[in-house]
Design a protein around this ligand. Structure first.
Ligand code: GUN
Length: 283
């Protein structure tokens, strides 16, 4: 069997075109959606991600408010900036790129963002609403995964969904989203993590496998169920270039649909951030 590759770039382009239409409608009402991006420090990967998000904003008509800060920025200075952005009427969404430097309490910063301007959906109020099945904004990567599944006609309802990884950014929110009794969800969700005794025992049962581990090719062929759908969230820099968490060649032999790395989940994450921002601006 040769799997179909889920083209994240093409699907993201569809979403971006739709977001652009929504942004144009807002512009006709005199509203320019605005996203503030806050990057503390010089981490090269974070700079690339933030740069890609800013470029995508410009293409759909979202104004970027750019705040690159030195890694030595004191926590209270960052909290002060967030308070200013919360009060700034031209800013509809605020994104604080993670990870933050060690001396800054990440949770304190995420709580400081106005939940109604929380473009990333990382505020505990928004995570709570997600869990309760009444979301305002969903975190961009999980939202992108759900959107990809829907646009690729993958039936989640009734499926065995196995998520590997329990981060606050991906694993926990995607698990919460896909178990809701809602369109594009209603799956039977298992979450594996570093405390799981035998991960393969779970993954071989997965109709839909979502790998968000952070280790190149941690998921090998024998761990996959024939005919399953694989969503690879991994972005691992190796000597051989950027690699996902799943052995892509093996998955192509065994599965029915597979997301590539790069060109899979990454572009969808950016598209959903744009969608969240325009929604927060009223579109
Ligand atoms: N770091 C890794 N992924 C993300 C993301 O989606 N948003 C933010 N703000 N930081 C991240």
């Amino acid at each position: 069997m040769t799997a179909a590759v889920i083209d994240g770039k093409a699907l993201a382009q569809e979403v971006r075109s739709e977001v652009k239409v929504r942004a144009l409608a807002l512009a006709e009402e005199g509203i320019t959606p605005g996203l503030a991006t806050v990057l503390v420090g010089e981490d090269p990967a974070s700079r690339v991600y933030v740069g890609a998000k800013q470029k995508a904003c410009a293409e759909v008509g979202i104004k970027v408010w750019d705040y690159p800060l030195p890694s030595s920025t004191p926590e209270d200075e960052l909290l002060g900036l967030i308070a200013d952005l919360n009060a700034n009427e031209g800013v509809h969404g605020i994104l604080v790129q993670l990870p933050l430097p060690e001396h800054i309490d990440e949770q304190k910063v995420l709580v400081a963002v106005d939940p109604l301007k929380d473009a990333d959906g990382f505020h505990p109020m928004n995570l709570g609403r997600l869990l309760a099945g009444d979301p305002l904004v969903a975190p961009a990567t999980p939202a992108g995964i759900q959107e990809m599944l829907m646009r690729s006609n993958v039936e989640v309802s009734g499926a065995e969904v196995v998520v590997v990884g329990r981060s606050n950014i991906v694993g926990k929110p995607i698990a919460a989203m896909l178990l809701q009794k809602a369109p594009g969800a209603n799956g039977t969700v298992t979450v594996c993590h570093t405390g799981t005794r035998d991960i393969a025992q779970h993954t071989v049962r997965a109709d839909i496998l979502i790998a968000a581990i952070g280790r190149a090719h941690a998921i090998t062929g024998p761990m996959l169920k024939p005919g399953s759908v694989v969503i690879d969230v991994g972005m691992n820099r190796t000597e051989d270039g950027l690699k996902g968490d799943v052995d892509f060649d093996a998955a192509m032999e065994i599965c029915s649909q597979v997301t590539p790395v790069p060109g899979g989940v990454g572009p969808m994450t950016i598209a959903m951030l744009l969608s969240n921002t325009v929604m927060l601006a009223g579109g």
